[in-house]
Design a protein around this ligand. Structure first.
Ligand code: ADP
Ligand code: MG
Length: 499
């Protein structure tokens, strides 16, 4: 079944570390998932589990101390971790949009809302330049990507070298012989790195030279095409004007003259619109999008500042800005966490509606499994940098298998009492020293000996549902999920039946 759907994005074995003064933080550990066209994939897990780092990696906005240790993110056949800034900019601004938790930090407090929306459009208002960029885009990106791949490969290798060196230097209580041994090791590693760098540069440079020649050729062709187009538009406009002006001089009554003058104006607007996006056009589109995201009186709101908007309305504006670029994928990182519960529901509804109408593929990140119920087609549960369980939403809600998923389900506030029934005991691990085995074991009353020793593989529950817990091993004792979870499942199934 899964194979018949189109994959729009694919994350494979992603490993992301951060270099800090206290050591290496292992933030994302072997994370893989696919995003299918038109679906919402929810990534859920407690604070610190690696959700934001994963989404930032997709957006190419990781902090400077990040080390991409391994894996790839495939979008349209390219690994986003290896593309040049040109392409990333293009993708980030156009194909993949992102909405963050705090709408205030995404808006400029001293710029009117309307301007912030149109600015995003006006960035690209020169249609001739756009046309030129489009024409050379494939060749430019291929060339730049080659250089980027080279630089990324070298810089990653360098970061790994530095990490190893600092690990060796941090060793304590060494004899002088061991110290000498380490110095020798470091010298060798540095030499290996130099050799790697040289080889990598040679390999990529040859390719880059070929691509550059092709790029120069396509730049020449593109220039000619754009010039031809411009000339045609101008000639058409001039011819039309000449015709209209002749009619004007021959016209006798005022009504006729006025009609011709209107036609002249329209011709001029048509001409301007075909070489650039005018301010009026951008304003018209901005107001249309504001209406789409449910801003009442958009013409009036267009002239206001962010502080004149409520939190919910601000988040709608942020969504509107993301939509101006007509993205294909929308990443929402805890977009409602800062909002009141009622407003939260409205924003979720909005995201759902926009997703349907625009056929977006959506990655929706939250720490609250309760929020997921009405959003997700599929759910990935993350803990300590790993996906511990994933499946269709109904599989995660009605047939959860990982003790961590049980714990998250137990901690959803009850619909009636609004009480959080069972807080998850303990705290997530320090990711400088991620635990061996199943990272949740220390907090789980279902943990077995093996959980503290060995990383569980993904056990298959169904074609679409997998969980990394030793409880699914054939040798494991049969355990029941917590009563509170099974009771809830029973109750909600009953309710669904009655409806
Ligand atoms: N720039 C950074 N430097 C060091 N550690 C970081 C950095 N960014 C994130 N982390 C760590 O990575 C882990 C995952 O963080 P994050 O993805 O933000 O979690 P969440 O699931 O709450 O979004 C956390 O332990 C966090 O402290
Ligand atoms: Mg986060």
């Amino acid at each position: 079944m899964a194979e018949s759907k189109n994959k729009v994005l694919s994350v494979n074995n992603l490993e992301i570390n951060f270099k800090t003064d206290n050591g290496i933080v292992k933030a994302v550990r072997d994370v893989s998932f696919d995003l299918y066209e038109g679906e919402t994939l929810c990534i859920v897990g407690e604070s610190g589990s690696g959700k934001s780092v994963t989404s930032k990696a997709i957006m190419g906005i990781l902090a400077n101390n990040a080390i991409i240790q391994g894996g790839n993110i495939i979008y349209r056949g390219e690994n986003l971790l290896e593309v040049s800034e040109d392409e990333f900019y293009k993708i980030r601004g156009h194909k993949i949009g992102m909405i963050f938790q705090d709408p205030l930090s995404s808006l400029n407090p001293i710029v009117k809302i309307g301007k912030q929306i149109t600015e995003a459009m006006m960035l690209n208002n020169d249609k001739l330049k756009l046309m030129y960029n489009d024409l050379i885009s494939d060749d430019l990106i291929r060339y730049k990507n080659t250089l980027a791949k080279m630089n990324i490969a070298i810089s990653n290798e360098k970061k790994i070298l530095e990490m190893k060196i600092s690990e060796l230097n941090a060793q304590e209580g060494l004899t002088s012989a061991m110290k000498a041994e380490n110095r020798k090791k470091i010298k060798q590693m540095k030499a290996d790195f130099k050799a790697f760098e040289k080889k990598t540069r040679e390999e990529y440079s040859k390719q880059a030279r070929e691509y550059k020649a092709e790029l120069e050729n396509s730049e020449k062709n593109a220039k000619q095409k754009v010039a031809d187009y411009k000339k045609k538009v101008e000639d058409d406009y001039k011819a039309k004007c000449a015709g209209l002006k002749q009619r004007l001089s021959g016209a006798s009554d005022d009504a006729e003259k006025n009609r011709i003058r209107e036609e002249l104006k329209a011709a001029k607007l048509e001409y301007t619109n075909s070489i650039s996006i005018t301010k009026e056009e951008a304003r018209r589109r901005a107001i249309e999008i504001m209406r789409e995201v449910g801003i009442p009186e958009p013409e009036k709101r267009f002239e206001q500042y962010p502080f004149e908007f409520s939190g919910g309305m601000r988040q709608r504006i942020v969504i509107a800005i993301a939509l101006t670029a007509s993205p294909e994928i929308l990443i929402c990182d805890e977009p409602t966490t800062a909002l009141d519960v009622t407003i939260q529901a409205q924003i979720l509804e909005l995201i759902n509606r926009i997703k349907q109408e625009r056929n977006l593929s959506c990655i929706f990140i939250t720490h609250d499994l309760g929020v997921v119920a009405n959003m997700a087609d599929r759910v990935a549960v993350m803990y300590a940098g790993k996906i511990v369980e994933y499946g269709r939403a109904d599989e995660i809600f009605y047939d959860p298998r990982h003790p961590y998923t049980w714990a998250l389900l137990s901690s959803i506030p009850d619909v009636n009492s609004k009480e959080r029934l069972e807080a998850i005991p303990g705290t997530p691990p320090n990711m400088i020293y991620p635990p061996k085995g199943d990272a949740f074991a220390a907090r789980s009353k279902y943990a077995m000996n093996i959980d503290f020793r060995e990383q569980p593989p993904y056990f298959k529950v169904s074609d679409t549902h997998y969980a990394a817990t030793w409880l699914l091993d054939e040798h494991a004792p049969k355990v029941e999920m917590p009563k509170i979870v099974s009771e809830r499942i029973r109750l909600s199934l009953e309710v669904n039946h009655e409806q």
